[in-house]
Design a protein around this ligand. Structure first.
Ligand SMILES: [Zn+2]
Length: 304
């Protein structure tokens, strides 16, 4: 069974079969039960209702937001109701707050602990899709403007003789819990030079062109720590549109133990047994929304 990871399990029907009809999407937007979620530069516009809550407008009350939005994308259907995300990034912050009758702008990662799973994944999708549309204004091949199509899930170059279709690019990254050879098993953790918190984390990195996920796991671990690994096992993946990621989680078994860190990447790496790791985590609370928490907690739960 898949673990319940934040941002996974979108509950909306993306309706791929009907997106070619802009008039149908417009009719869905006009349905009384449809909803519009305004965003401002990757952030959710929020109101303080005994804690920040993301603004979600009914179709009728969204007219002003839609009028000023640079783009409105169709996220999908919730029953008969359409769910849309509107981009107010072209306005200044105060204007966006006023239009959405919001009190603040907060990233979905700051809100996720107070959101149900369906809303968290919807907000993550809206953030990612609007960001991609904002940053894909032009064709990378010929430099001409590209126009949004199919409710914002693709763009098309307007350049004569080009007309290239542009799709959201996902950037996969691997994150791995590496177990030591021998018993009792320990796991490999590292402190990154770029880490703001200075805490230990699992090894992770982006997949490169021409590389399988398993190859990326082996390369990242070897590059950063000098540890060689043998078997690599896929555990779970997580939608990570911050801005365009897909986190793919693995368990791997090391065949060597000696650590030589790459000083440009890591301050330090070390092996921690389960008791040491549990003690460390009890004193340092990391971000609970990433797949890293699942990889670590499931390993701890297995016991020695
Ligand atoms: Zn083009």
């Amino acid at each position: 069974m898949s673990p319940a990871l934040a941002y996974n399990g979108l509950a909306l029907d993306r309706v791929p079969g009907r997106r070619d009809a802009p008039e149908w999407i417009a009719a869905v937007l006009a349905r009384p039960a449809s909803r519009v979620i305004p965003f401002w530069r990757d952030g959710c516009l929020v109101r303080d209702l005994a804690g920040p809550r993301p603004v979600v407008l009914g179709a009728q009350e969204a007219a002003a937001v839609l009028k000023h939005a640079a783009l409105c994308v169709f996220l999908g259907l919730d029953g008969e109701a359409g769910v849309f995300a509107a981009d107010l990034s072209g306005l200044d912050r105060a204007e966006a707050l006023t239009l959405a009758r919001a009190t603040d702008v907060l990233d979905v990662r700051r809100l996720v602990a107070s959101l149900d799973a369906a809303l968290a994944s919807t907000l993550a999708l809206g953030r990612g899709l609007l960001r991609w549309n904002r940053e894909q204004q032009f064709c990378g091949a010929c430099g001409q403007p590209a126009e949004s199509e199919r409710g914002g899930v693709q763009r098309r170059c307007t350049g004569e003789g080009c007309c290239r279709l542009l799709f959201p690019r996902i950037e996969p990254a691997v994150i791995t819990l590496v177990e030591s050879p021998g018993e009792p098993r320990r796991c490999l953790l590292a402190r990154h030079t770029q880490s703001v918190s200075g805490t230990y984390a699992l090894l992770a990195g982006f997949v490169e062109i021409g590389e399988s996920l398993e190859d990326a796991v082996r390369r990242e671990v070897a590059e950063e720590t000098g540890v060689r690994i043998g078997g690599v096992r896929y555990l779970a993946s997580q939608a990570w549109p911050f801005p365009a990621g897909l986190m793919v989680g693995f368990r791997a078994r090391a065949v060597t133990e000696a650590i030589t860190v790459d000083p440009s990447e890591l301050e330090e790496a070390r092996w921690l047994g389960r008791a040491e790791l549990a003690d460390y985590l009890s004193r340092h609370h990391g971000r609970g929304d990433s797949i890293e928490s699942f990889l670590v907690s499931s390993w701890l739960a297995e016991g020695d």
